[in-house]
Design a protein around this ligand. Structure first.
Ligand SMILES: Cc1cc2nc3c(=O)[nH]c(=O)nc-3n(C[C@H](O)[C@H](O)[C@H](O)COP(=O)(O)OP(=O)(O)OC[C@H]3O[C@@H](n4cnc5c(N)ncnc54)[C@H](O)[C@@H]3O)c2cc1C
Length: 486
């Protein structure tokens, strides 16, 4: 129902991955009016699908007991609620590499005991090449099928009258106004995929980072260096990493654009759109017919890899609000899907604890996912907003990540490297063939790098009106949202 020129909701949720749709269902079931804005043309097209699909029990985190304990608790609840999407009829073998591992077999067993999770020692020679692993353990860990989970949420939500999902939404800005947030977006649901945008910038945000510096995301583009990526820190510091940037270049990220014409003052972009150098963005497209406006006293930012991008487009934050960006690095990751041999079909193998690999069933698809700590990440961005060298000639840029799976500039597969690594460990009968690749961006809290923990972090930027962001570590910690939604 429109109020003035606005549509008013109880909640606006940005992002239709698991976290967004879980929240939408949760609130919709309470009879609330909910608007979900999703960039892609369907839900669950990013991390919730393009991942390893492991329902974590905790084995993965021998250096973070807190992550392991939390995983174990949520594993059981996830099983109860979404067991229909879970595949558990396979044997998940964890092994500790005999070389270059942070943990040895004895420590792994001790860790499992402390975390209260089952692990039974197996003869490593049944699975692994001689001398490659220090110990092998049968564990209890499953895989979920994202497409089954997606269909469940979509069906459930379709029965909730108050929940509306807009696909193809292009967020323009979020403005705090009294006790509500006004959210401005274009509805591209009916537009052709890849349609050109005259102005893809996110409005002058002035978002504060954790280190107190200010990002001027998508604001003035008077100087060339700024225009190159559309966002910079006014103090030239480098997103919490402590490395100074004297000239606005990307020295540490290694992702400087080869195409200097991109974003140059008044320059034409590769996709044909024009950067409006030095002009304010509030704005030519803003308020044009096509831009919609919705208001709510509660906004949930459930955009995962885009969480900082959404945070940085909030305007009019008050002095007591905290719109610090998450201190994260971004990895562009590849999940390889393989067709398993007969012997491999009913097994999953994870070799840890360090730069090793994992091959395990991918939900109920009949395929296995193959990943490796070293080769799954193709590129890394240490910038507060994600900067990748492949963001050329497409809509994807540091202010809005597009879906890597749909992108012509996605990296070449690292299949040969990953296969080579796995083959060094596994006996030849556990063979597999390449099927396809999935790509997604993984945001990793810089503070997690020490112990390889994967906490789910929920930050309340403001209350009355409320603005919350969730940066999840895992699928089954989705229940962490509950207390923020009541
Ligand atoms: C490579 C990789 C492997 C992983 N492996 C596992 C694993 O084995 N087990 C596990 O439990 N977890 C794993 N994870 C973590 C897990 O995938 C995430 O914690 C979880 O999927 C995040 O869900 P989400 O709903 O927050 O994000 P997503 O599923 O990414 O959903 C975010 C949504 O927001 C949308 N969006 C982005 N920007 C905007 C915008 N401006 N406007 C509107 N919509 C927007 C996106 O299109 C997307 O649909 C992995 C993650 C990665 C990247």
């Amino acid at each position: 129902m429109g109020i003035g020129s606005f549509d008013r909701y109880d909640r606006i949720i940005i992002g239709a991955g698991l976290y967004g749709l879980y929240a939408a269902r949760f609130c919709g079931k309470r009879g609330e009016r909910v608007l979900v804005l999703e960039y892609d043309d369907k839900p669950f097209k990013r991390a919730t699908h393009s991942n390893q699909a492991r329902v974590h029990m905790g084995y993965h985190y021998p250096r973070s007991l807190s992550t392991a304990l939390k995983s174990a608790g949520y594993y059981r609840r996830f099983h109860e609620d979404y067991g229909f999407s879970v595949m558990d009829s396979f044997r998940q073998i964890y092994a500790v590499s005999s070389q270059f591992s942070w943990t040895n077999a004895e420590q792994f067993q001790e860790f499992c005991r402390s975390a209260g999770i089952d692990c039974r020692q197996e003869h490593e020679s049944v699975f692994f090449q001689k001398g490659t692993v220090d110990g092998a353990f049968l564990t209890q860990e499953d895989t979920y099928d994202a497409m089954i989970l997606r269909d469940y949420f979509v069906d459930e939500i379709s029965t909730l009258k108050g929940v509306e999902i807009v696909y193809g939404a292009r967020l323009k800005s979020i403005r705090k106004n009294g006790d509500v947030y006004e959210v401005y977006y274009d509805d591209r649901s009916l537009a052709e995929c890849g349609e050109k945008q005259i102005d893809s910038s996110f409005g002058g945000s002035g978002a504060k980072q954790a280190d107190g510096s200010i990002w001027e995301s998508g604001t003035k583009r008077a100087d060339g260096s700024f225009a190159e990526f559309g966002a910079r820190q006014t103090d030239s510091s480098f997103g919490g990493s402590g490395t100074k940037r004297a000239d606005g270049s990307f020295a540490e990220s290694g992702t400087k654009r080869a195409d200097s014409s991109f974003g140059e003052s008044g320059a034409k972009q590769a996709d044909g759109s024009i950067w409006e150098s030095g002009t304010k963005r509030a704005d030519s497209s803003f308020g044009e017919s096509g831009t919609k406006q919705a208001v709510a006293g509660f906004v949930l930012n459930a955009t995962y890899a885009s969480c900082n991008q959404v945070l940085s487009c909030v305007e009019n934050a008050g002095p007591d609000d905290n719109f610090d960006l998450f201190t994260i690095k971004y990895e562009l990751c590849e999940i390889i899907l393989c067709r398993p041999s007969e012997a491999l079909r009913d097994y999953g193998f994870t070799v840890m604890d360090g730069p090793f690999f994992s091959i395990m069933p991918f939900g109920k698809t009949g395929l296995h996912s193959l990943t490796s700590v070293t080769f799954t990440p193709h590129m890394t961005s240490y910038d507060p907003l994600p900067v990748f060298s492949c963001q050329q000639g497409c809509e994807c840029d540091p202010r809005q990540l597009c879906n890597c799976n749909d992108c012509p500039h996605k990296p070449e597969s690292a299949w040969e490297y990953m296969r080579h690594l796995a083959d060094k460990y596994l006996l030849p009968e556990y063979g597999y063939e390449y099927d396809s690749s999935l790509f997604s961006i993984k945001p990793i809290l810089k503070s997690s790098e020490v112990d390889d923990s994967r906490p789910t972090t929920i930050v309340v930027s403001s209350t009355g009106p409320t603005f919350i962001s969730v940066l999840s570590g895992k699928i089954n910690t989705v229940y962490d949202l509950d207390e923020f939604l009541v």
